[in-house]
Design a protein around this ligand. Sequence first.
Ligand SMILES: NC(=O)c1ccc[n+]([C@@H]2O[C@H](COP(=O)([O-])OP(=O)(O)OC[C@H]3O[C@@H](n4cnc5c(N)ncnc54)[C@H](O)[C@@H]3O)[C@@H](O)[C@H]2O)c1
Length: 594
Amino acid sequence: MGREFGSVGVVGLGTMGAGIVEVFARSGVAVTAVEISDVALHRGEVTMRGSLDRAVAKGKLSADDRDALLGRVTFAVGLDALREVDLVIEAVPEHLDLKQRIFAELDRVCKPEAILATNTSSLSVTEISVATTRPNQVIGMHFFNPAPIMKLVEVVRTVVTSQDVVTDIEALCERLGKVDVTITDRAGFIANALLFGYLNQAVSMVEAKYATREDIDAAMKLGCGLPMGPLALMDLIGLDTAYEILDTMYRRGGRDRRHAPVPLIKQMVTAGLLGRKSGRGFYTYEKPGSPVVVADEATPERQAGGEGAKHIAKVGVVGSGTMATGIIEVFAKAGFEVVSVTRGAEKSAQVCERLKTSLNKGVVRGKLTEQDRDAAIGRVTWSATLDHLSDVDLVVEAVVEELSVKKALFASLDEICKPGVVLATTTSSLPVIECAVATERPADVVGLHFFNPAPVMGLVEVVRTIRTSDATVKTATEVCRALAKHAVVCADRSGFVVNALLFPYLNDAVKMVEASYSTADDIDYAMKLGCGYPMGPFELLDVVGLDVSLAIQRELYLELREPGFAPAPLLEHLVTAGYLGRKVGRGFRDYSKR
Ligand SMILES: NC(=O)c1ccc[n+]([C@@H]2O[C@H](COP(=O)([O-])OP(=O)(O)OC[C@H]3O[C@@H](n4cnc5c(N)ncnc54)[C@H](O)[C@@H]3O)[C@@H](O)[C@H]2O)c1
């Protein structure tokens, strides 16, 4: 028979503690919530009540259930209130000395059989445990933010944690409706080890003014389907907590520069910009603790009517692949006249066929009327010669991802197109400036990075080189608006925003499996259930293709020379072995038998 856990204690009622109290109380467990002072206790209680009231307002909790839930919680100052509890979960700030002091005190106060758990994100559970006389009853229970919503708990066992303690805590997680992954004591465990390098890199993009906070967040939400962008997530986590986690991970995790907190984070913490909890972080909130973002001086002004943008009516699309076909569809559906240029009549016929198939699907699904489909097809003219681009207002190049081919194409476009035309490349990895300088009009050249499938994905990265004019960028963003796509503007650096932030994370996940710290299945679970990602990294790698992923990661590594970006040897080996992902039936997983 496992332990019952009739009553638990939670120490620290901050961002995490308040949520953890709610999780237990919702499951019918009596909770004693402890803070350091009356002021902090009151603040924690207000946070918790606020969260419950929001759940009631949204219809997710009845008022009676809220009252019953609150009836199970006792609020107290000081650890003495925890004498009788069966389990304590500590959720105080991420400082080793503080946590060690609290554990030593808990060891004195709590009954001998009580289990002591820490919610630390990055500190050594082992180091915390040795502050007690019962290290075999100390364990990590790492909840995710917001605790009542995120399903994952990382259960962290040290080398001395008893097996029956691990088993009992695993059973408890199940009772709480959580999914646990049990792992050993390593900095950042699974999810944070994969998350915080990405968050830190996103902050470095803001610091370098590479792109705005809104654009970085929109790029990751729309480009990867994440529930929130990295900067909004930093605000939710709390910048002080994020700083401590990064700092610990840097020191404990092999001094990977990617975990060295970006200086901007420290500056913001010093200035009291801690995120949602203080009412201001990367964004400004209605009031401390509120999730509602309000406009501030950095909020972009809504541009009326695309001032300064050139008028675009006729668009040339060069190429005959997946991207070119999707882009033709997007423009034609949005009412633009489109000239498609391929390398021959046969290719044009194929593209036309694929376009019709895709539009027909839209009709079948009720997303498009037959008249709209016919009108879209009627707006496209088919050609095998670039000369037909002499009167277009915008050219979108989507040919093979080879620099020599793209440069030759841009040189030809320079000769053929009328002056003032915007020349865009859809490259996802090559420098846009290389295409620009192949012409005599680099100010008119811009990157328009659509995502696959173009008709579905709502994001376009507008890449401005150091030579791109303001008018060209404005025109490109206005065109995106007309296509009902969200444009994010970024500088001309390998990976732009999305791939630069996404692929190192995927590569890190591969390195984690390679190091035998965890399995592909558990890592996929951790990212989906702990961070709300739509797919785990291995599912995504298999969909994107391991060869494509490796090529992008190599480009990032070559351009930025960041040692941590070096492609994982396991990824290289799988590509060499021909395990390229779903497209060949085998990647990290075997699809042939499914
Ligand atoms: N913020 C996140 O997203 C997140 C997610 C998972 C885990 N964690 C971990 O949870 C822990 C808490 O982080 P947080 O973000 O909730 O911090 P926080 O700063 O929001 O809250 C910490 C709380 O602990 C209280 N406290 C400080 N000293 C205390 C003491 N001696 N006795 C009782 N209470 C005390 C503070 O008053 C404060 O309310 C950290 O270990 C952190 O790494 C955080």
